[in-house]
Design a protein around this ligand. Structure first.
Ligand SMILES: Cc1cc2nc3c(=O)[nH]c(=O)nc-3n(C[C@H](O)[C@H](O)[C@H](O)COP(=O)(O)OP(=O)(O)OC[C@H]3O[C@@H](n4cnc5c(N)ncnc54)[C@H](O)[C@@H]3O)c2cc1C
Length: 306
């Protein structure tokens, strides 16, 4: 039986953070495996905005370009699959995939991203990434000066309503929930935000477009886009299995890392949306580069006891 390959680093998640982490390791000629299940968080959007030199490029095109660049390095392997278990092994770590493959590595970089919990409002899920959005820096300019809405979901939604009014006249939909306190109402009024207390019946419009929000009392508020600060969860339990410290962030749980992406478990690094409350592809890529460099340096300095 051929002995299993022991990679210098195994990267779980091959999108903005994971592919960026792989690059410095590849460029140090380390043996790297990128394990990816092919479901980046922004796959619902037609275009990704704001990424350096790539504004407006489709998310999956960006990801494919990242893979192609890495594939030029002969020490990089790509495995399609979903990691379901991770634990320590004699030489580092072993990660098992859904299809029973076992991958061994001296260092791990977790970059498996998060998923969004969409509120249960009829017509919302099918518009996610098109006219129902989470981030105005990513998808705000496209709706500039048009009527915009913010759906109250979490305490962060007030913050979102205050911000979105920068892009267009904004209505804050309480969707039958409690009215904000007087001070918050004052801030919203100062930014020109309208408050709509009634529960939402459905979102209206052809396919992905949005014409407006129909309220339970039959009124329709015309809108071009609706912003939602979703609650999020990690796509994988790997960090918990490995014993990494996890904390609540603004939108959901996050893996605690230091400035170089080292988790609380020696040899395990993490990067991207799973480590921060502000999410975009540029932050994830930058985090990934840092975690990749840190993983490489730990391969060099760890054996020296440094
Ligand atoms: C609708 C929408 C639109 C967005 N638009 C923009 C935009 O225009 N500009 C911008 O900068 N940002 C945008 N974002 C934010 C951006 O998508 C994220 O910040 C970014 O994708 C985070 O990168 P990541 O590498 O951390 O995670 P992801 O890109 O989500 O990648 C995680 C990868 O890990 C894989 N994975 C998950 N679990 C496992 C597992 N168990 N085993 C193996 N692989 C696994 C997934 O399949 C995926 O490929 C948008 C987000 C959403 C929701």
């Amino acid at each position: 039986m051929t002995p299993a390959t022991i990679y210098d680093a195994l990267i779980v998640g091959g999108s903005f953070a994971g592919l960026s982490a792989a690059m410095p390791l590849a460029r140090a000629a380390k043996k790297v495996c990128v394990l990816d299940s092919g479901q980046p968080r922004n796959r619902f959007a037609e275009a990704s905005h704001g990424f350096f030199a790539q504004d407006g490029v489709a998310p999956l095109t960006l990801k494919a370009a990242g893979r192609e660049k890495l594939a030029a390095y002969p020490t990089v392997d790509f495995v399609e699959g979903e990691a379901i278990r991770a634990q320590r092994s004699d030489d580092g770590f072993v990660v098992e995939t859904l299809h029973g493959e076992r991958l061994y590595a001296r260092k791990l970089v977790l970059a498996f991203g998060i998923r969004d919990h969409l509120p249960d409002v009829p017509g919302l899920a099918e518009r996610w990434g098109g006219t129902v959005l989470h981030c105005p820096y990513c998808h705000g300019y496209e709706f500039l000066n048009q009527p915009l809405g913010v759906l109250r979901v979490t305490p962060m939604s007030v913050h979102q309503a205050l911000l979105i009014s920068e892009w267009g006249p904004t209505t804050f939909f309480l969707n039958g929930g409690d009215r904000p306190d007087a001070e918050t109402l004052g801030h919203l009024k100062a930014r020109g935000v309208q408050i709509e207390p009634a529960p939402i019946a459905t979102l209206e419009g052809e396919a992905e477009t949005l014409d407006g929000v129909r309220l339970s009392d039959g009124r329709v508020v015309p809108l071009a886009a609706l912003y939602v600060a979703t609650r999020t969860e990690m796509t994988s339990p790997l960090a918990e299995q490995l014993g990494c410290i996890i904390q609540d962030g603004m939108h959901g749980p996050l893996i605690v890392v230091d400035q170089i992406g080292q988790t609380s478990v020696p040899g395990v690094f993490a990067a991207g949306d799973i480590t921060r409350s502000m999410h975009n592809a540029s932050f994830a890529a930058a985090d990934g580069v840092m975690a990749g460099v840190a993983a490489h340096r730990s391969l060099v300095f760890g054996p020296l006891g440094l």
